[in-house]
Design a protein around this ligand. Structure first.
Ligand SMILES: [Zn+2]
Length: 80
């Protein structure tokens, strides 16, 4: 099993997510570093299935903000 990167960079303005720090390509806001695995809050972690495979690099709170349909699909998948 490969280890996925656990740090993403999130724009606080439009919630776009990047793999490197710097300015948001959409609005120019400075992205903030986000450690999905640091917090005990499950919504800050990337969605995984029961075997620990990451289903998306985006944390659940971001999915909830931007793609509710995908979030629902992942929840169904995770609850199987
Ligand atoms: Zn932005």
């Amino acid at each position: 099993m490969s280890i996925e990167p656990t740090i993403v960079y999130v724009c606080p303005h439009c919630f776009s997510v990047g793999q490197s720090p710097g300015r948001c390509s959409d609005c120019g806001e400075t992205r903030v570093e986000c450690h999905p695995g640091d917090s005990g809050n499950p919504s800050c972690k990337p969605p995984m299935d029961k075997e620990g495979r990451i289903l998306s690099r985006a944390p659940l709170w971001w999915l909830a903000h931007s793609v509710p349909y995908l979030r629902d699909q992942i929840k169904k998948f995770m609850s199987k």
